[in-house]
Design a protein around this ligand. Structure first.
Ligand code: LFR
Length: 457
């Protein structure tokens, strides 16, 4: 994405878009990070050619938890993909035999997800050969600059960072038998990581371009781009996941928070994202992939016209995490729970939408309970904010206004942090968000009383 940032300007244009699917190998599900790198360089070249006065900097964000292992600066193999049913079984067992879940939570504040880096490492045979671990954005930054750093917001998703100090938890790393030297020095968003290596700068037409750390965890950047103010707003960063929560400045490390699986991820400017991972648009995209269709808009329009009540199922059931035939998995869930499975495509899509909205409403209520905050407004950002049926269902179920947008909150949060580092904009997160409000298209959904009760079976 090419971004333009100034005191009254915040604009994005897409320089390149490309698919980023999983690749199945004998040893598990992988990312094709080599292809990602190539596409990123192509995009950078396009962006450099289009930027009127040239590029000022580049910042990288991606999904969290996954990593490349290196030896002597070289990648050992394509990184594993966290949505691997089988690889995720052994890790938690092994780690919990060494450190109890309650202690892990007290030290790191991280929710239990079987694919947290700490669990993936426990069953990664390649670890013995590695001398460095870099999370995906840090790996790309390494290829651009030669530097090896660990950007702090993303490092917080490894399960190895202290929630109280924000530093690597050395004692935990040692008690899990991990080599401390694997982990690079931490940097904060806004720091310059380095400049493009001469051959890279040449290839993309931007010699000497600084690479600036941003909230390199996509959710960290997305939450910078949430147009909220005050402490009564909640957010849902809605992409493949629905990340539902609040921004806090102090952790809530209670047993209730652990039981509810609420996490404390590191945010930009030392903030804490107190949230839980709920299923997101993954359920819809895998359903469409199974059907061989790409007309989500038409399906959602048909789903909006469904007047029959539909089944609300548990979108958090672990069977929905790995890639596969979601319509069949939903039908199996309904069978097992003795409720009618949706009979046709529009009903199935409506059932997914109502089930997601119900899960988000429940997570929002839990966030309010655990934190003692009152939520008066919900922001939905990311690709899923374009799903008006879902945003309206959420307003109806929570009884709260839902503000939808911006769609590209992550890219906006990324360029805002770069813009601030370059001195093009100034201020706190509140100031950056006010700029989002002044410049971006937002849509408001008012709650309709009891409408959802007519939709649910
Ligand atoms: C969203 C996200 C979530 C993280 C999941 C796996 O894209 O980054 O925040 O829990 O992907 O990394």
């Amino acid at each position: 994405m090419l971004g333009e940032v100034g005191p009254e300007v915040l604009r994005l244009t897409a320089a390149a878009r490309f698919a980023n699917g999983p690749v199945q190998s004998d040893d598990g599900l992988h990312w094709d990070v080599t292809a990602l790198h190539r596409h990123a360089l192509d995009g950078l070249r396009t962006a450099a050619a289009r930027a009127p006065g040239g590029l000022v900097s580049v910042g990288i964000d991606s999904w969290a938890v996954d990593y490349g292992l290196l030896r002597g600066g070289r990648l050992l193999a394509e990184p594993f993909h966290y949505r691997d049913e089988h690889r995720n079984e052994a890790g938690p067992r092994q780690v919990h035999a060494q450190v109890a879940p309650a202690e892990l939570y007290a030290r790191t504040g991280l929710q239990f997800l079987p694919f947290n880096t700490v669990y993936q490492l426990a069953s990664d045979a390649r670890l013995a050969d590695a001398d460095r671990l870099l999370l995906v954005p840090d790996l790309l930054a390494h290829w651009l600059t030669g530097a090896e750093v660990a950007e702090r917001t993303n490092a917080s998703t490894t399960g190895l960072l202290s929630v109280t100090t924000g530093a690597w938890d050395d004692a935990l790393i040692v008690s899990l038998g991990l080599p401390r030297g694997l982990f690079a020095d931490l940097v904060d968003p806004g720091t310059t990581i380095g400049t493009l290596l001469p051959e890279v700068g040449e290839a993309v037409g931007a010699p000497g371009l600084p690479v600036v750390a941003v909230g390199s965890h996509d959710t960290a950047s997305a939450v910078v781009g949430v147009p909220m103010s005050g402490d009564d707003a909640a957010y849902i960063s809605l992409g493949t996941w629905g990340l539902v929560g609040l921004e806090l400045d102090a952790p809530v490390l209670t047993e209730a928070a652990r039981a509810a699986n609420f996490t404390h991820e590191g945010g930009v400017d030392g903030t804490i994202r107190f949230l839980t991972n709920v299923m997101g648009t993954w359920l819809l995209s895998e359903t469409l992939r199974t059907w061989g269709r790409d007309d989500l808009g038409a399906l959602l329009a048909a789903a909006a016209d469904v007047t029959r009540r539909v089944t609300v199922f548990d979108v958090q059931d672990p069977r929905f995490v790995a890639p596969g035939d979601m319509p069949a998995r939903i039908a199996a869930w309904c069978d097992e729970h003795d409720v009618p499975a949706p009979a046709d495509a529009p009903s199935l899509v409506r059932s997914i939408v109502e089930s997601l909205a119900a899960a988000y409403a429940a997570a929002l209520a839990t966030a309010a309970d655990l934190s003692g905050r009152t939520i008066r407004q919900v922001h939905v950002v990311g690709g899923g904010s374009q799903n008006a049926l879902l945003c309206q269902a959420l307003a109806d179920r929570t009884g709260l206004p839902v503000v939808a947008g911006p769609v590209e909150a992550t890219a906006l949060g990324n360029v805002l942090v770069q813009g601030r580092a370059a001195g093009a904009v100034r201020g706190t997160l509140e100031d950056l968000r006010a700029l989002v409000v002044r410049t971006q298209d937002l849509r408001r959904h008012e709650p309709r009383t009891r409408a959802w009760k007519d939709a649910e079976l």
